[in-house]
Design a protein around this ligand. Sequence first.
Ligand code: SAM
Length: 275
Amino acid sequence: MGRSDFSADAPANPPAAIKRLGQNFLIDPNIVRKIVALADITSNDDVLEIGPGRGVLTDALCKTAGRVTAVEIDPRLHDYLAERQAEWPNLTLVLEDALVYPVESLPVGTIVVANLPYYISTPLLFRLLDQRDRFPRLVLMLQNEVADRLVAKPGSSDYGVLSVMAQYAAEITKAFRVSAQCFRPRPEVGSAVVLLRTRSQRELSPEEEPKFAALVKAAFAHRRKTLVNSLKDEGYDQSRIIGALERLTLSPSVRAETLSLEQLIQLTRGIRSPA
Ligand code: SAM
């Protein structure tokens, strides 16, 4: 597929990009091909695409997957794509904000593939990970900086709440970076594609998971402070924190950013949340 025939079937005069909706459209067929290959889609699969835009990725997904649901917030783009509906009999186009679209209505086993609108990439990611029992994998284009935080390991300055919560839900690989030249208009930030393989086993019970989320947030709330002081400032009982750290053979002067996912899970079990 050469660049010239990349959008041969697209109607002329697509709607102009709206910056506040994160509309940076992919124009490089190689990147589209790499994203679809990474998603490892078969003709039996259901796919969810968020923000189909002008349809470059949608077209490749419809040619590969069994069924594609594409959720777009911009009515102009929705109508533009609807003009091509006959070409894509396996596409369900939805005009809706992906932050409210009921992803829980999608079939279990749905693969998520998206060049996400960056202004809401983190809340969207967590919404999808909340429903991870439904999504075996997600292939997402994100800001490079967010991709780095997603894969960050303890001790790195990128390691924080996003890393811990996402790595609790999925095994994450940063697959490749994407140059700004591959988009129109060009984004002002770097981009990267990540693969998230969701974990089928939940290590914490449904009662423990909110406690874990609260603890992780509190632990990283004051990055310059020790873990004990950060948690204390967020209302946790100091003696309980110190006791839990001792049982984990961790120093009372440890900082949150040095703790592994497993240690944060153990700590959740070792201390009680603030009242
Ligand atoms: N998939 C297309 C591509 O790769 O060229 C477009 C990607 S563009 C980065 C993000 C798309 O998400 C735009 O089409 C934008 O209108 C859409 N979008 C922005 N906010 C959205 C939301 N809350 N819900 C659904 N789609 C949204």
